[in-house]
Design a binder for this molecule. Structure first.
Ligand code: GLU
Length: 424
């Protein structure tokens, strides 16, 4: 039975199960060889480390940290590092697998990884965060490197964190290795356009979805859950491109105006105060109500498990653009499919970030840096082609865009795995 209200069951909220449910469905449609199924399902390597840090008050605290490498079949591992108070190994494992599929969907030569540290950077000083970053990096550095595993920012981490990872790694190997992380400050070998790339990708996916559905951009209403790197940049670009952004939220709750929000003033407030709280315009709306508000495009750009069996029926948007990783549960997929909601799945929709990370890695290794216009042009080409590849795959198999994306990705990873063979 599918509940229509109340909290979803704990199993529905397990992100690794959510990943496996889609993987299983796609593997079945694809007729994936059972041996390859076994191989691709399990992560290649998981490292758990203890990160002891002396806090500003003089006490010692040990933070658990993880790095999961899901697959190296298509190249070095790639994926962000997440700092959050509720990070678990299961979550990092799911996110690592999603990175494998994401890199394969957009055809960039990486496998997938993810890292996480269970800590709350919002409640820590910058010095404490730096200590965590440096000790975490030193503890996992044997499995890092431009040819091995290349981290990037994710929830709770930023360009400065990447600078500390790069510096710590470089100090240990005794020379500067810029290509060991992406999402760095531009002064340290970061790429122009990287910071905006995930949000920009979301707007490109919106444009393609509207074309396919024969919808107009003018007056198209957008609701965005999340005002971090992805949500805030997407809001700014949507606004610039003539969409009507009717709602946006952060951890403190959301702001809503059916006539359209004044995004430049809202983002200026956010930048100054680091929270949407206290913003004068619009009405207050909570994060749950935002997901079911009247809009045409819904962009969940916060965290996992937001659209579930408990609220999917009430989602009113015609298009869901997954800026976050895993915002929709497998149970909710079925409900949205039935309603005819067009979902641009996370492993395609938010792949702009890792695509420009790839460009950053290439530029670092070339030692030659590109103009922002070239970065954006190449990003657009890759994402738009990938959107249509996914759509083709979905149509061929009479499946949703999500399953179309998984089928495409799994087939690509299966092919490289088959060609490489098994080293025993
Ligand atoms: N953390 C981002 C993601 O989930 C970016 C990963 C990367 O650039 O390596 O896609």
């Amino acid at each position: 039975m599918t509940p229509t209200s109340g909290a979803p069951a704990p199993a529905e909220r397990n992100p690794y199960e959510a990943m496996l449910r889609r993987f299983d469905a796609a593997a079945k449609i694809l007729g994936l060889d059972p041996n390859l199924y076994e191989l691709l399902k399990i992560p290649d390597r998981e490292l758990t480390v203890a990160i002891p840090v002396i806090l500003d008050d003089g006490s010692l605290r040990v933070f658990p940290g993880y790095r999961v490498q899901h697959s190296i079949s298509r190249g070095p591992c790639k994926g962000g590092i997440r700092f959050a108070p509720d990070v678990t190994i299961e979550e990092v494992r799911a996110l690592a697998a999603w990175m494998t599929w994401k890199c394969a969907v957009v055809g960039i030569p990486f496998g997938g990884a993810k890292g996480g540290v269970r800590c709350d950077p919002r409640k820590m000083s910058r010095r404490e965060v730096e200590q965590v970053v440096r000790r975490y990096t030193a503890s996992i550095m044997d499995i890092l490197g431009p040819e091995r595993d290349v981290p990037a920012p994710d929830m709770g981490t930023d360009e400065q964190v990447m600078a500390w990872v790069m510096d710590t790694y470089s100090m240990h190997v005794r020379h500067t290795v810029t290509a060991v992380v992406t999402g760095k400050p531009i002064a340290l070998g970061g790429s122009k356009g990287r910071r905006e790339s995930t949000g920009r990708g979301v707007t490109l996916m919106a444009r393609e979805a509207l074309k396919v559905l024969g919808m107009e951009r003018e007056g198209c209403r957008v609701a965005i859950q999340g005002a971090g790197n992805v949500g805030s940049i997407a809001a700014s670009l949507f606004h610039e491109q003539g969409y009507r952004v009717v709602a946006i939220s952060d951890v403190s709750g959301g702001i809503h105006d059916p006539e359209g929000l004044d995004i430049p003033s809202l983002l200026a407030h956010l930048q100054q105060r680091r929270t949407l709280e206290g913003y004068g315009g619009g009405d207050r709306i909570d994060n749950a109500a935002l997901l079911t508000c009247e809009c045409d495009l819904l962009v969940p750009a916060a965290t996992e498990n937001q659209i579930t069996s408990a609220n999917a029926e009430r989602v009113r948007a015609r298009v869901v653009l997954e800026g976050a990783n895993g915002p929709t549960t497998a149970e909710a997929d079925a409900i949205l499919d039935k309603k005819g909601t067009f979902v641009v799945p996370d492993i395609l929709c938010n792949a702009g970030g890792v695509t420009v990370s790839y460009f950053e890695w290439v530029q670092d290794r070339m030692g030659y840096f590109w103009e922002e216009s070239l970065v954006n042009e190449r990003l657009e080409r890759i994402l738009v082609n990938s959107f249509h590849d996914v759509r083709g795959s979905a149509e061929k198999h009479n499946a949703s865009m999500r399953l179309g994306a998984y089928i495409l990705a799994i087939a690509r990873v299966a092919e490289t795995t088959r060609l490489r063979g098994l080293y025993a």
